[in-house]
Ligand binder design. Structure first.
Ligand code: GLU
Length: 514
């Protein structure tokens, strides 16, 4: 294997739970690294102390672990380019900003937030927009406009200051090649003199991001479209440092199921689907937001769904495990347009993965989740239940909702509407005949029961509808489900007859009450 220079990073800010769009960004980075034999890094961008949320970093790591996205280098994993948490890297940023101050690409600014606010408001009144840049900085309080002595005096008096980037005096076009979008040109005129270091001495996202991508030898920056407007500033920063910029790839948005607007953190739950990989409890409000994991999704299904939300292999294949995707993933197959999220498609993927899973995995998984609900299942029963139900559910836990699998239905479990529609005055008689027939079945196996059932109907000149559905209702209380012949075999002769009796009398009582 050749050693690859590909190094990519996922760089979340711990400001809350990771949205599924963030997981997609992590996934594409991970696959790109794997496809090129490169490295995938996890860097925590926590320089904005005001937006820091307790537990968010742990959440990111737990979510990635659940997904099976392995981190080669980063917080916890470690590596030779650490530390990987920006709050622990201030020395690097100070050194870097010093370079820019010395070379004249950055300057100190002493304007107070109130002064800048007043300027913004005044500009608004004049139907203008205030921008801190070449057009205004000469008249403001900074080391470009003030004399050296004035600056020194301000520093001596401990006047708070920030460091700003000096954008070009004469506007120029900043052009770069985006690996997904092709050539992008943005005028430097739309970029203001961005803050690089805040009054608290900590770097802003822009400075820290560029210093770290360079310092960690990141080859490709693959990130969300919302960062596209920041790209020209980042390119100007690389130039100012005299560093080669990495390659950029900006991923398009994920849209709401309606197609109207970006899928936001608030779209989950209310819409009946999660937007977070795993459950999140807000540390301040205590509010819970649900996750794909807790909904019962297989991580492989969740990732496959995300993979196809913005990438395709160039043909109509849809099913990819992580390993398979890593072999074929490339940025040129990432789509430029936004992808609309479909909760139905997410469920479809889960069904596919569930049905593909080997019994050796499904059986213990079902036994475990059944146990959590106080249902004891042995391996044999779990296997049969799975065979009966797997094609009928989207999630494994849905099997447990069919309570009649594990015990006779209770009064409240009977589907009243079905009973009203399908249970006729003569039905109890049919059930009694059916019982006699079943009781005489020597080999209580699905095939045998089915063939005897058919002959029985012929003999009595009855239709399937007259007998099979009531039989189902009596045994399960429900109008739908798996093959009744297989289910009867699962119950065994004795229990089948018991349930048939019990269900019939229960339904007869209900009919009297109706
Ligand atoms: N910290 C940024 C975020 O939270 C990372 C942006 C980037 O990847 O450059 O999205």
């Amino acid at each position: 294997m050749t050693t690859s220079n590909v190094r990519v990073r996922f760089a979340p800010s711990p400001t809350g739970p990771l949205h599924m769009g963030g997981v997609r960004t992590a996934l594409y980075n991970y696959l790109f690294a794997r496809a090129h034999g490169g490295k995938f890094l996890l860097r925590i961008e926590d320089t904005d102390q005001t937006r820091y949320v307790e537990g968010a970093e742990d959440y990111v790591r737990e979510a990635l672990t659940w997904c099976g996205i392995e981190i080669d280098e980063g917080v916890v994993a470690g590596g030779e380019f650490g530390p990987y948490r920006q709050s622990e890297r201030n020395a690097f940023y100070r050194e870097a900003v010093e370079l820019l101050l010395v070379s004249g690409h950055a300057y100190l600014a002493f304007d107070t937030p109130e002064e800048l606010d007043a300027l913004r408001k005044q500009a608004e009144l004049d139907k203008n927009v205030f921008q801190y840049d070449a057009s205004s900085r000469g008249g403001l309080k900074n080391s470009m406009s003030l004399s050296e002595e004035e600056v020194e005096a301000l520093i001596e008096n401990e006047t708070p200051y920030i460091v700003r980037f000096k954008t070009p005096d004469i506007a120029e076009d900043i052009t770069f090649t985006d690996e997904i979008r092709g050539n992008v040109t943005i005028s430097s005129a739309v970029v203001d003199d961005k803050v690089l270091v805040k009054a608290d001495g900590l770097p802003t996202y822009h400075l820290a991001n560029v210093v770290d991508d360079y310092g960690m030898e990141i080859s490709h920056v693959i990130r969300g479209e919302e960062w596209l407007p920041s790209a020209p500033l980042h390119i100007m920063l690389y130039r100012a440092f005299g560093w080669d910029a990495p390659k950029f790839a900006h991923l398009s948005l994920i849209l709401k199921p309606t197609g109207n607007g970006k899928l936001s953190k608030r779209d989950g739950d209310a819409g009946g689907f999660p937007v977070f990989p795993i459950e999140w409890k807000d540390p301040k409000t205590g509010n819970m937001a649900s996750g794909y994991r807790e909904h019962g999704y297989e991580p492989e299904a969740f990732l496959n769904m995300l993979l196809m939300l913005g990438w395709n292999p160039g043909d109509d294949r849809e099913m990819f495990t992580l390993e398979e995707a890593a072999k074929v993933f490339s940025l040129d197959k990432v789509v430029k347009s936004s992808a609309r999220f479909s909760p139905d498609k997410a469920r479809w993927f889960n069904e596919q993965y569930l049905r593909q899973k080997p019994m050796a995995e499904l059986v213990p998984a079902l036994i475990e989740i059944a146990g959590l609900q106080g249902i004891t299942l042995d391996e044999r029963d779990a296997g049969v239940v799975l065979k009966l139900m797997l094609e009928r559910v989207t999630f494994l836990h849905e099997i447990l909702e069919a309570k009649w699998l594990f015990g006779a239905p209770k009064h409240e479990d009977f589907d009243e509407k079905m009973v009203r529609k399908k249970w006729k005055p003569e039905t109890a008689g049919y059930m009694s005949d059916l019982k006699t027939m079943l009781a005489s079945t020597t080999l209580f196996k699905a095939d045998e029961i089915e063939s005897r059932f058919k002959s029985h109907l012929e003999e009595k000149d009855l239709s399937f509808g007259q007998v099979l559905l009531p039989f189902r209702l009596a045994l399960t209380g429900a109008g739908g489900g798996p093959s009744m012949f297989e289910f009867a075999e699962f119950l065994g002769l004795e229990t089948t007859l018991e349930r048939l009796d019990f269900g019939t009398s229960m339904i007869e009582k209900m009919k009297e009450e109706q």
